[in-house]
Design a protein. Structure first.
Length: 415
């Protein structure tokens, strides 16, 4: 097989980087903002010029399609997300879209009409940076989210998701429904956003599973009192209790071992004053694992341990789950196909877990999904420093193109 060209890939990435470019050298392209809308229009124009059939759905997912010679066959879909985090990089999301477009054009120009319809998608949102929800785009496609719930979500500035969506020109009943029931397989290329591939000197990451995730809010209550007049043995110091909990969480997570990870990323306390004993502390828990039972049992064990620690200090403890995502194993046939494509091309590979969430996890109950990673320099992402070498981007495109060829032209996963 001839090597996939990469001219389009780099052009698309360079052009998309302009939309939402900020003074930090990074990109802030949040859902339904003017920068996002301009990127959307630009991408639609690019796909149109390349001869793909372009259509956006009701929430603003953008598709480019090559019809198949078997028109009713389940669609082979590839892509990623168009939005970025605030001051993010130029590759997170954009890479999967640009590689998808280049792969489709190359396949059509080399092999003609595919047997199965072949589509590339730019999902409107994955990051959860403007509104407190993730994978709004792919969630609407797979039925995990519903456009009609948009009025319930609010950004930090008070704007509802519905208002933002309508202001960007979406959310109209006349626009195509987002939910798809014609999908046969979803494949995503993405930068790793971690350091494993670089450390191990591997060129392609084959994702075995995307971790499941629990996010909880925990509140510990003690009594705020005078820092000078309250003796040590008569205190109910909420922060001292929380300090113990955080160290205990770390110890439990280390003992559980990979792929489990647990993080306290946000802490607030009251009254937060130098001469007052902390009266209450709120903190978040972010816990991830690829196995649902282990994830659930770890969370239960942590909360039980927290309760014991709180009781010993006379503190109150409350917790509430804020979000939850189940682990998403990637399809074994797609993983094997990715491995054989790497072997054929002499590309070293690493089978690995994705500790970050991705659109691919939303397809869990809809159709088989597969995912490949390319190395991120120094493992950095969600930063203007995000970078993957042109060679790395080309490797990923090459493997993606090969996989789409097997799926849309050669009957992998047919029947
Ligand atoms: Zn991403």
């Amino acid at each position: 097989m001839t090597r996939t060209p990469q001219t389009l890939l780099h052009e698309i990435l360079r052009d998309l980087a302009r939309f939402g470019a900020d003074s930090s050298g990074g990109v802030s392209r949040l859902l339904y903002t003017p920068a996002w809308r301009e990127a959307h229009d630009h991408l639609a124009g690019v796909m149109q010029r390349l001869g793909l059939r372009v259509e956006a759905d009701r929430v603003g997912n953008l598709y480019g399609r090559l019809d198949g010679s078997t028109p009713d066959a389940p669609v082979v879909l590839t892509g990623s997300h168009l939005d970025t985090v605030t001051r993010g990089g130029t590759l997170d999301g954009a890479y999967g879209i640009a590689a998808g477009i280049e792969a489709l054009v190359w396949l059509r120009d080399t092999w003609g009409t595919p047997r199965r319809p072949l589509e590339v998608v730019a999902f409107c949102e994955e990051e959860g940076s403007r509104f407190p929800l993730m994978c709004w785009g792919s969630g609407n496609v797979t039925g995990m989210n519903d456009c009609r719930e948009a009025g319930r979500h609010r950004a930090a500035d008070g704007v509802t998701l519905k208002e933002a969506m309508e202001a960007a020109g979406f959310g109209r009943a006349t626009q195509r429904e987002s939910r798809r029931t014609d999908l046969g397989v979803y494949v995503e290329a993405h930068i790793e956003q971690g350091i494993l591939l670089e450390r191990r000197g591997k060129r392609i990451g084959i994702v075995e599973a995307i971790v499941g995730q629990r996010r909880l809010g925990v509140t510990v209550g003690g009594s705020a009192n005078h820092a000078g007049t309250t003796p040590m043995d008569l205190r109910r110091d909420a922060l001292a209790g929380v300090a113990e909990m955080i160290l205990e969480l770390e110890a439990l997570a280390v003992r559980a071992g990979p792929p489990l990870v647990a993080t306290v990323g946000h802490v607030e306390m009251r009254p937060n004053t130098p001469n007052v004993i902390p009266g209450s502390v709120m903190f978040t828990l972010d816990i991830r694992h690829t196995n649902e039972e282990r994830l659930a049992s770890f969370c239960a064990a942590v909360l039980e341990r927290f309760a014991t620690l709180a009781e010993r200090r006379g503190l109150t403890l409350e917790h509430a789950q804020r979000s939850s995502a189940q682990p998403a194993p990637m399809d074994a046939r797609l993983r094997d196909a990715l491995q054989s494509l790497c072997e054929e091309r002499g590309l070293s590979y690493q089978r690995m877990v994705s500790g970050a969430g991705h659109d691919a996890q939303m397809f869990r109950s809809v159709c088989p999904a597969g995912m490949l990673f390319v190395p991120s320099r120094n493992g950095v992402s969600h930063s203007p420093e995000e970078y993957s070498s042109p060679e790395a981007l080309a490797d990923g495109l090459e493997v993606l193109g090969g996989l789409l060829h097997r799926l849309a032209y050669q009957g992998l996963l047919d029947g």
